[in-house]
Design a binder for this molecule. Structure first.
Ligand code: ZN
Length: 150
């Protein structure tokens, strides 16, 4: 059975399966060049800016680990999680984007643990699945360590 792929939040990242082309999407103010993620579409939040047109921009594909932690237990409500399903631990990574120098949180790709990460290590954004139900695969972004030259 094929599940329909749906972004868990529309407009925050490109759609499609290709790892190479996948990017987070932010917006940039045409007046002061401030970049926003999550995207800001109504007004520039820079207090020193009189306001400019906000245009969608793809964010850096790569960044460096700023911090990370392991999610080993299910957070309490109102966290949305089916208590009847088994909790699958995941690794949460805060990444400073290469060009924008802003920190974006996300899960590491499945299989990557805190033992595989270190502050300053290079990672790249790739498409991932947040959860699946009977007919929908909810897509998101994941951080994947960049292979060091060998
Ligand atoms: Zn601005």
């Amino acid at each position: 059975m094929t599940r329909v792929r749906r972004p868990v939040v529309a407009g925050w990242f490109t759609e499609g399966d290709g790892d190479r082309e996948f990017r987070l999407l932010g917006t940039r103010c045409g007046a002061c060049t401030a970049v926003f993620f999550p995207r800001e579409d109504s007004f520039c939040r820079n207090p020193g800016c009189t306001g400019g047109e906000l245009a969608e921009v793809p964010l850096s594909k790569r960044g460096r680990v700023w911090s990370y932690t392991a999610g080993r237990y299910r957070p309490p409500a109102p966290y949305a999680s089916d208590p009847d399903t088994e909790w699958e631990p995941y690794t949460l990574v805060a990444v400073e984007l290469e060009a924008e120098r802003m920190v974006v949180l996300g899960q590491a790709v499945p299989g990557v643990t805190v033992e595989d990460l270190s502050v300053g290590a290079e990672v790249e954004v790739v498409p991932g699945i947040l959860s699946e139900d009977a007919d929908t695969a909810w897509t998101t972004w994941h951080w994947r360590p960049v292979e060091v030259d060998r």
